[in-house]
Design a protein around this ligand. Sequence first.
Ligand code: ADP
Ligand code: ADP
Length: 225
Amino acid sequence: MKLSEITKVYGNGSLQVPVLHGIDLSVEDGEFIAIMGPSGSGKSTLMNIIGFLDYPTAGTFELNGENISSAKEKQLALLRNKHIGFVFQQFFLLPRLNALKNVEAPLIYAGVPKRERTERAIQMLEKVGLGDRMKHLPNQLSGGQKQRVAIARALVNNPTLILADEPTGALDSKTSAQIMELLVQLNQEGKTVIIVTHEEEIADYTDRIINLKDGKIIDDRRTRP
Ligand code: ADP
Ligand code: ADP
């Protein structure tokens, strides 16, 4: 994907909040990227634009060589469901549904038949190491286990891109390391992974660190050759 001269201004009229200024960013398939920067620097806003959750105010967005800057919400929703898995700091699991049902949920929206839904959800939970916790409710799981369920849910539609906003923000350092190892594994299997993090030790798991400040990219470096 290629973002060129992306600008984001919230609000309108006299109450305008400029948040991103002329962001240029190319991401190749299979990259593993950390977006860092102080609170308020625009990290979440940039992730939301990359994830088609929000529109830029100006600039162009190319996906597979196609300019989708002026795509309608309906088309963006399709792209989102087909290509992107989202992971958040606060997990956002449905509290009354067990792990299996939480992972199945996106497949209901995608119209996948019941039997296949269950099979795919089981497969994803096994992949994240939770084959023995499928019938547990979220509040019967540890933080790390909840995040694994959320990652299984993000994977169940077989996305090409995983967007994770502070995926380890609510976890202790040992659990955070385990979650990062899982993201490393998914990246090695071919997923493009982009995370937002405050922590250098977390960013060190990735191959490329992009630093934002006041809505601009001030540094973009590879961490390995
Ligand atoms: P708008 O409709 O003005 O483009 P949004 O729909 O993005 O704005 O957000 C609605 C309102 O919520 C905004 O006017 C803004 O004041 C407020 N808001 C939402 N998130 C934030 C935030 N992180 N910081 C400050 N204000 C926020
Ligand atoms: P970060 O993720 O780096 O903390 P954000 O992208 O959440 O930064 O926010 C960047 C700036 O944009 C902040 O000053 C925030 O208050 C503002 N902001 C975010 N969302 C909105 C919104 N919907 N309306 C108005 N201001 C917003």
